[in-house]
Every structure is written in C-alpha cells, then in structure tokens.
Design a protein around this ligand. Structure first.
Ligand SMILES: Nc1nc2c(ncn2[C@@H]2O[C@H](COP(=O)(O)OP(=O)(O)OP(=O)(O)O)[C@@H](O)[C@H]2O)c(=O)[nH]1
Ligand SMILES: [Mg+2]
Length: 447
C-alpha cells in the first residue's frame, strides 16, 4: 500500500494511522505463536513500511502533501523510536493553505505540487515487487485535501490505469463549520466516485458521538476521532488469513459494481480505556449480531437506529426477527482474535439473503479472519459495508450545497479560480445520481 496524506486532516489522520500500526506491531498480547506473530508482523511491515533508518526505525510508505507547513512539520517530528516519515516524501509548498476552497486547491495549487507528488509516487512504486494499491487520506471540507486530493486522484488514475485506488474521506460536522464545506464535499465526492475504485466515508459527527458515548470521552478532540477512524481502517486493512488480501482484493469483493463505490466501516467492541481490564469479552455471535444490528433501519425508516453508539448486548437481537435492514450491495467481515471450538465465528446472521439487494450475486458476503489479536484486544470485528444508508448523509450535504447554490452564495470565490457553473452542475448531478442509486436499492425480500 502507498498512503498519500493530503491537507491537515489527511496528514493528522495518517500520522495517527501509522502510530497505531506501530503500536499493533509492538503489542505484547498477541494470542498466537511466535511464528504466527512473526508472519503477521512481516506482512504488516511489507504493507505499510518501506525500509529502515540507520537507527532501525521503519520508514512509513507515505507521501505527505500540504499547502502550509504547520501540520507536516509537526507530525514529522512526532514520530517515535520505531517509525518515522521519509523527509524526501514531504511535498509542501508553503502558500498559506487553500482557504477552504476546493477550486483553489484543484485548479491552482495542484499545478504547483502535482508533478512533485507524481515523482515521489514513481520512486516509491519502483521499489516495490508487489504493489497493493493506493490509499488516499483527506477531508472533503477544506481546500487542500479536497481540491488537491481530487486533482491527484485524477492524475493517478490516468498514470496508473489498472492499479487500485482507495480513499478514506472524512466528512465534516454538519453544523458550525465553514460555509464552503458543502460545496467542497460535493465537488470531492463527484471526483472520487469517478476516479477511485473505493471510498471509505467517515462522518466526523458519528465518530465524535462514538467517542463520547462508547469511550465516555466527554472532551473528544480531533485526535480522538482520528484514533477511531484509524482503528476502523486497520481492523479492515491489517493482514488476514488470506495471503492475497490487499486493496485489489477488497475492492473486488466490496465495490465490484462501478455505481456503488462508497462504503462505511462498522466495528466493535469499543471500551473506555479506564474499564478495559474489567470488560468481559463476549462470544463471537454477540458481536456479529451487534454488527448486523448496525444495519437496522428504524420503523419510521427515517434513519439508521444508530446501534453503533450502543454496546453489544448478549440478550438483545436473539429473539427479535422483524427488523428492517438497509439493503446491502455487499459486506466484508473481518474478525480478529481467537476462535475456539465452543466459540466459533458464526456468519449466518450476515449471510441472510434478505440483507442484500435483489440483484446482488452469490459473492455479496466475504469473511476474513485473523487469529492474531488486534491492538491487544481479545476480539475485534470490522464490517466493511456497501449499503443503501449512505444516501442519507450524502443527501444532507447535497441539500445544503444546493440551498447555497440557488442563491449563488460564495460562487465568486470559486469562479475567481476558474471553476464555472457547469462544473458545479455536473458535480451536483453526479452526486444526486449516486444518492438515487443507493436510495433505490431494494432488498431481496421486498420483491
Ligand atoms: N477527523 C478529523 N477531521 C479533521 C482533522 N483536521 C481537520 N478536520 C476536518 O477537516 C475539515 C477541514 O479540512 P482540513 O483538512 O483542515 O483542510 P485542508 O485540506 O488542510 O485545506 P485548507 O486548510 O483549506 O488548505 C473540517 O471538516 C475539520 O473538521 C483531523 O485531524 N481529523
Ligand atoms: Mg490546511
């Protein structure tokens, strides 16, 4: 994997991600033999790192891109004894940022930076025997991550036609942030749906709610949110029992249909740091059922019941059968931790035909397992899900952006950098189309 971190959010998230990978490598409670742990560590290093410093620190296989130096300077100093960034992989021309303006990033600043990013990308790829795919990290709300990220995904697609491109895109809080965030988000999503094979979407609002309700963290910071996002990504991406497991594989299982390339990750369990040692580990079926419940829609069908903010309950869900679920295109379940004779991973709950869209093929569900514990946890599960519910948050940004657009609010800020009304309309149409496609999914039993 080659990670490209864009803007403040992408860089801070990337830094958190590599710190977590390093913590996972160093965790003492692995639950597996020395040999099995060695193999896991070897695959982890091959996936995320690229050689070592003289002092035996791993170099992150990452490119850092920004239009102001503050964040990249800070994070490249904050690495620890076991890993660091390659300073030659920092592409940053200090220009005071992109002012939360997608057009400024996409049209202007990308011209100054894209050749350097491409050169570093080439150098990184040349070193690899087996390329596992790109992972782009960015927020959709600012100007650098969204604008330069959008231009770079186009350039990468052009340059590496057959390589897998995945992205983790952080969606903004819906209240209280800058007014241009909705335009930037729509313009970004429109680019990524065309150029990336897979986009994993994370809503800052939902991650914040998970941190306060599940981790009992009343002073949740962006760093805490990054921590949850990184754990979700790693629970999905770290090595599994399938040696061929990489971005290509994941894309082939979760986003094979070109109209449905946006996914979310649901994971469990989350336990406040203070009560970790008292927490009882449930059997696998409790967690699998809990993850299935995260796909539930409330009776009024106005939204997901947000089971993700609740803790898994061994009693609930066993007897109730009449819930409505959001129709899925496909799901990939990754389970991490020991499976024993009296506690095997039971998959039926997630394999039920009625969870899936009426046209989904036999390959709608994939399970991957890893006995080696993830970040010292007895069990941890991630459900990568491609399902209808994604249309709701996307529609919220679309509505908000359209409300501003109708009054031509802030449009001059984009026009001054060469973005025309047609460009906006095209982006609106694309995202509207995605929303409709996802909204129209019907589950098998509704026929
Ligand atoms: N989860 C998370 N969100 C972040 C972080 N930093 C910023 N954000 C969110 O990202 C959006 C702002 O985008 P930034 O990434 O700061 O912008 P940028 O890409 O650097 O672009 P400019 O600063 O406009 O050049 C807002 O929605 C913030 O809430 C972070 O570390 N983690
Ligand atoms: Mg910035």
């Amino acid at each position: 994997m080659l990670t490209l971190q864009f803007g403040q959010c992408g860089n801070q998230l990337g830094h958190n991600l590599f710190s977590k990978i390093s913590a996972d490598l160093e965790s003492s409670n692995t639950g597996v033999s020395y040999k099995a742990n060695y193999e896991y560590a070897e695959s982890t290093v091959e996936k995320w790192f690229d050689g070592m410093t003289g002092g035996a620190r791993h170099f992150a296989r990452a490119i850092l891109v920004d239009t102001e130096e503050k964040v990249v300077k800070k994070i490249s100093k904050e690495t620890n004894a076991s890993w660091t960034y390659r300073m030659s992989n920092v592409v940053c021309q200090s220009g005071g940022g992109c002012a939360n303006n997608w057009a400024y990033g996409y049209k202007i600043n990308s011209q100054r930076l894209s050749n350097s990013v491409l050169n570093v990308t080439r150098q990184e790829l040349e070193k690899l025997d087996r390329f596992q795919g790109f992972l782009l990290l960015l927020s959709s709300a600012g100007g650098t991550g969204s604008g330069i990220g959008s231009r770079m995904v186009e350039i990468l697609r052009e340059e590496y036609e057959t390589k897998s491109i995945g992205a983790a895109i952080v969606l903004p809080f819906t209240f209280g942030e800058v007014c241009t965030q909705n335009y930037n988000t729509i313009l970004t999503l429109a680019e990524f749906c065309d150029e990336a094979d897979l986009s994993v979407l994370f809503e800052n609002q939902q991650m914040h709610a998970m941190s306060t309700s599940l981790l009992k963290n009343s002073n949740t910071t962006l760093c805490d949110i990054n921590s949850i996002i990184s754990e979700n990504l790693l629970a999905a991406f770290q090595p599994t029992n399938n040696a061929r497991y990489d971005m290509n594989f994941l894309i082939s299982k979760i986003a094979a249909h070109p109209n449905f390339r946006f996914v979310t990750i649901k994971s469990t369990p989350y336990v406040p740091a203070t009560s970790l040692q008292y927490e009882l580990t449930h059997k696998w079926d409790v967690y699998v059922r809990h993850l299935k419940q995260t796909l539930r829609i409330s009776k009024s069908q106005t939204e997901l019941t947000n089971v993700q903010l609740k803790t898994p309950n061994p009693i609930l869900g066993k007897t109730i059968v009449s819930h409505m679920y959001s129709p899925c295109v496909s799901n990939v379940l990754v389970t991490r931790g020991k499976s024993m004779q009296n506690d095997v991973v039971v998959l039926e709950d997630l394999q039920k035909r009625h969870l899936y869209s009426d046209w989904s093929t036999l390959e709608f569900f994939t399970h991957l397992h890893q006995e080696r514990k993830f970040l010292n946890r007895d069990k941890f599960l991630a459900l990568v899900t491609n399902n209808s519910e994604i249309h709701r948050p996307l529609n919220v940004y679309l509505d908000k952006a359209w409300s501003s657009y109708k009054f031509a609010a802030f449009l001059h800020q984009y026009k001054q950098f060469g973005l025309e009304e047609d460009d906006f309309l095209e982006a609106f149409a694309k995202v509207e189309n995605i929303v409709q496609e996802y909204k129209n999914l019907k589950s098998f039993s509704e026929n």
